[in-house]
Design a protein around this ligand. Structure first.
Ligand SMILES: [Zn+2]
Ligand SMILES: [Zn+2]
Length: 233
């Protein structure tokens, strides 16, 4: 059996449902160890998932469309600027996205604010984020925000430059994010960047000191080896 076993951790990600979840989701029948909400789900979808999966630990970060205290009425814990340990692995959270409009919202962050939040989660093995990191220019260390020039506000989908820089500096094993309504992945240096849209099950497995991450894009299980399996201090 692919899932299950002591070296495996099954993580259910839920992102950008913007309302309700479909009933009887396929992945709910697997042995799930932990649930992470990646934001923009809305309280109804969060509560539906938690009711369908009673007793399973749940954490979340808010999206730009969420309320100030989106997990306040549920058992999920908001980990914006916090780290949590799940089966020996550390997950650090950052909610919100780049401030792309003047609206008063806790979840629209400047780059400086994002850097402050990320400073609190350095050392985490994995980052749980609503926003993606900004992509590097041509694989180098530069970041292209030039499309912001002349605009009062940046493109909401360009991601946090500070999250990209955080990956350069700290090389966490992976970042899981929402916001783009896109299921995809790529490598940013040594870090796997995985976009989640909807409900997706990801399996982490320690194999010979390496950590493999299997995910379920298009129902194909595709392993990606990320970093070493050694604990970080
Ligand atoms: Zn969304
Ligand atoms: Zn969003």
């Amino acid at each position: 059996m692919f899932f299950g076993g002591k070296n495996k951790t099954n993580v259910l990600f839920v992102s950008d449902m913007h309302g309700d979840i479909p009933e009887n989701n396929y992945y709910f029948r697997f042995p799930i160890d932990v649930i992470f909400f990646l934001g923009d789900n809305g309280e109804a979808a969060v509560n539906q998932v938690l009711e369908a999966l009673p007793g399973i630990p749940a954490y979340g970060v808010a999206g730009n469309h969420d309320y100030d205290n989106t997990y306040g009425n549920s058992r999920a814990l908001d980990i914006h600027g916090q780290r949590v340990k799940v089966k020996g692995m550390t997950f650090g959270g950052i909610g919100g996205c780049i401030r792309y409009k003047g609206t008063d919202s806790r979840w629209l962050l400047t780059e400086e604010e994002a850097a402050g939040v990320l400073g609190k989660v350095s050392g985490a093995d994995f980052i749980i984020s609503h926003s993606p990191p900004t992509r590097r220019i041509g694989g180098g260390k530069g970041y292209n925000a030039c499309h912001d020039e002349g605009c009062q506000y940046p493109d909401p989908h360009r991601g946090f430059i500070e999250l990209g820089r955080f990956l350069d500096r700290h090389s966490p094993k992976a970042v899981f994010h929402g916001h783009l309504h896109k299921t995809y992945s790529y490598m940013h240096g040594n870090t796997l960047v995985k976009g989640v849209y909807g409900i997706e099950l990801v399996c982490f497995e320690k194999i010979f000191g390496q950590l493999a991450v299997y995910y379920t894009d298009c129902k194909i299980f595709e392993p990606v080896l990320v970093g070493s399996g050694k604990e970080r201090g």
